[in-house]
Design a protein. Structure first.
Length: 463
């Protein structure tokens, strides 16, 4: 059976009080509509249509080729929104998932269970429902004595008895595709809001003696529709808990999940240990047996096996097996650290390659550089890569030694096995095996220190 999906993403989201389009607000690092698309794709949707309205260009730019788009020019209700997809889906045979773009917590496994119930029972429609102690504000699921869904009643249209019902409509459905669009053609806007409700097709199906099922989720978080910042924060908390729990189940040790932030696309290997205050963002991948944190922030990084990173920030960087980073290191975009390397405290690397076994132990800046194997870069060494207009490259060969407080003024090459003496400012290439000294010869002036002090004191006293 062909599976299709319609994602409703046309609402303006005025209650968010934001310049940003509602469904583009992120939850755990990904826009809400991105989570929804992931869900329907994982549930084997072969054709996905996103209904857009206000801010359509922004949504289309984010989604790209993952879906087709239709536009709801006027906000006339959920039924009207779904009707906009008829030109793309109306003639298709199969099952259509209808889901809101602001429900990022609905899981693919739940959709799969809905689809199973839908197909096995021969239903024309299946509704994802949830039980709420306080259902105020939600449409109520009205069942008959046999447990079959008769209709959905919106909050403003509820009778007193219907308002007491605790089973609510989450806004996610499975429909027989052709029958969905046929029923939508019969829906009217004769209600308190003057809108065309998608929920009205349920009562029409019952009048046609069709079977309508309700699948009640055990996870009430899946019912959260994000309409304001309060709900956004609530969704973020639920998803963080869900993400952290999955990593724990998969063999990752998280010392304090409450103080650890991991975004949805992060991948972590078994037996990695994460200390409090760690933030893992974007497409970051972590290998096995790593130690991360405390207070470590990684964005879109590739971290191999056995790496230790403490009190450091890495952005679009790669770190090889068994290397050590930090504390207080900063690895900027384009940095690649090899195996068994050490990048120590207060070291900054930018667009730099550090090959296997090399060390930059402390208080150094290495930018726009290519550093070979087994190189030692001393304390306070700097690659001087910017002349105010252009960035230039420094190349250091294997087994070279760069002394403390050395300035390597790019473009410059230091050859294999070369030795640069501490305190040197290098402006010309150093051939392989050479020793480079670029500093003025020391001169000591006997008893001159006291003269300097006396001169300074006189100036201070105004004499």
């Amino acid at each position: 059976m062909k599976i299709m999906s319609i994602v409703l993403a046309a609402g303006q989201g005025k209650r968010m009080k934001s310049k940003q389009y509602k469904v583009l607000h992120p939850v755990c690092g990904k826009p809400m509509v991105g989570h929804v698309l992931d869900t329907v794709i994982q549930a084997k949707s072969e054709k996905t249509v996103v209904v857009v309205g206000h801010g359509a260009e922004q949504v289309q730019a984010f989604i790209g080729q993952q879906a087709q788009f239709v536009k709801q020019e006027q906000q006339l209700g959920t039924g009207h929104a779904v009707q906009q997809a008829e030109g793309l889906l109306g003639l298709e045979e199969g099952i259509t998932i209808v889901i809101c773009g602001d429900t990022p917590l609905v899981q693919a496994s739940t959709i799969e269970q809905m689809l199973k119930l839908h197909q096995e029972s021969g239903a024309v429609a299946t509704i994802l429902t949830a039980l709420f102690e306080n259902p105020t504000g939600y449409g109520r699921i009205i069942r008959n004595e046999a447990g079959i869904v008769e209709r959905i009643v919106e909050q403003k249209d509820c009778s007193d008895a219907e308002a007491e019902v605790q089973e609510i409509n989450t806004g996610t459905y499975c429909f027989d595709n052709k029958k969905l669009f046929e029923a939508l053609s019969r829906v009217t806007n004769d209600n308190a809001q003057g809108e065309f409700y998608l929920t009205d097709v349920i009562e029409l199906f019952r009048q046609d003696q069709e079977v309508v099922q309700g699948y009640c989720t055990s996870d009430i978080a899946e019912a959260i529709g994000v309409n304001d910042r309060v709900a956004l924060a609530e969704a973020e908390q639920y998803m963080r808990t869900r993400i952290n729990r999955q990593h724990l189940v998969n063999g990752v040790t998280i010392i304090d999940p409450a103080s650890t932030y991991i975004e949805s696309d992060v991948v972590i290997g078994a037996d990695t240990m994460i200390y409090p205050g760690t933030v893992l963002r974007g497409k970051t991948t972590i290998g096995e047996d790593c130690i991360l944190g405390p207070q470590t922030d990684l964005s879109n990084c590739s971290i191999h096996n056995g790496v230790t990173i403490k009190h450091s920030v890495l952005d679009h960087a790669e770190v090889g097996d068994e290397s050590s980073i930090g504390p207080y290191a900063y690895l900027r975009p384009g940095t690649k650290v090899g195996k068994h390397c050490k990048v120590g405290d207060f070291v900054e690397l930018k667009n730099a390659i550090l090959d296997d076994g090399s060390k930059v132990s402390h208080l150094s800046y290495v930018g726009d550089a290519e550093v070979g194997k087994e190189v030692n870069i001393g304390c306070g060494a700097i690659t001087v890569n910017y002349d105010g207009f252009n960035k230039s490259k420094t190349v250091i060969g294997d087994h070279a030694f760069i002394g403390s407080n050395v300035n390597l003024v790019a473009p410059v090459n230091v050859g294999q096995g070369a030795y640069v003496v501490a305190g040197s400012t290098i402006t010309r290439d150093v051939p392989a095996g050479d020793l480079a000294i670029a500093r003025q010869r020391q001169e000591n002036k006997p008893e001159y220190a006291e003269k300097i002090r006396a001169r300074a004191k006189a100036k201070k006293d105004g004499k």
